[in-house]
Design a protein around this ligand. Structure first.
Ligand code: SAM
Length: 155
């Protein structure tokens, strides 16, 4: 039997989303970055999103957006063998500089005012944090994490 000689890069997949986002502009910005950085999907937990003018690349036509009512809903729909990675300034978080991104994972970001709730942090397989003592804007933090993943997996 003939065998297919073509090989495919095995860099897995990732999704990214925000729990209880306060500013819809941030989802629009994150969506645009997610499309450019190769995310398979984005999502919201708790609060829903309506399309924004910040989505100038029409990312909604290319990257699906899912909604989960709560963290349990997200966990119940985690793809097989896929890690939930909390992105948060936290004592137990690993520094992004040395973080090894799992091939299959979902990045979870927190609300602009309150961050990720403890209940969500406790459910994550790993936590990762960006440098600095002050929080970045949530869509900027998500975009940097996606860039770091893309850059490291290319090496
Ligand atoms: C503006 S921050 C939340 C700040 C909130 N006042 C707090 O103290 O938790 C919104 C989200 O962006 C992400 N974020 C911002 N800066 C970060 C950093 N340095 N490292 C990791 N995540 C960060 C986290 O997901 C965070 O929940």
């Amino acid at each position: 039997m003939a065998r297919l000689k073509q090989t495919y890069p095995d860099t897995g997949f990732f999704g990214i989303g925000i729990v209880n986002n306060a500013d819809e502009l941030n989802i629009g910005t994150l969506w645009r970055s997610a499309y450019i950085m190769g995310a398979s999907f984005i999502f919201t937990v708790d609060r829903k999103y309506k399309r924004q003018t910040s989505d100038v690349v029409n990312a909604w036509q290319k990257v699906p957006l899912y909604h989960y009512d709560d963290i349990e809903g997200l966990l119940a729909n985690l793809p097989y063998d896929t890690q939930l990675i909390g992105v948060e300034l936290d004592e137990s978080a690993k520094a992004i500089e040395t973080f090894e991104h799992p091939h299959r994972c979902i990045y979870l970001l927190g609300n602009e005012q309150h961050g990720l709730p403890r209940q969500a942090l406790d459910k994550c397989h790993q936590l990762v944090q960006l440098p600095g003592n002050y929080s970045l804007n949530v869509s900027i933090a998500g975009s940097i994490v996606m860039y770091d993943r893309t850059a490291k997996l290319k090496r």
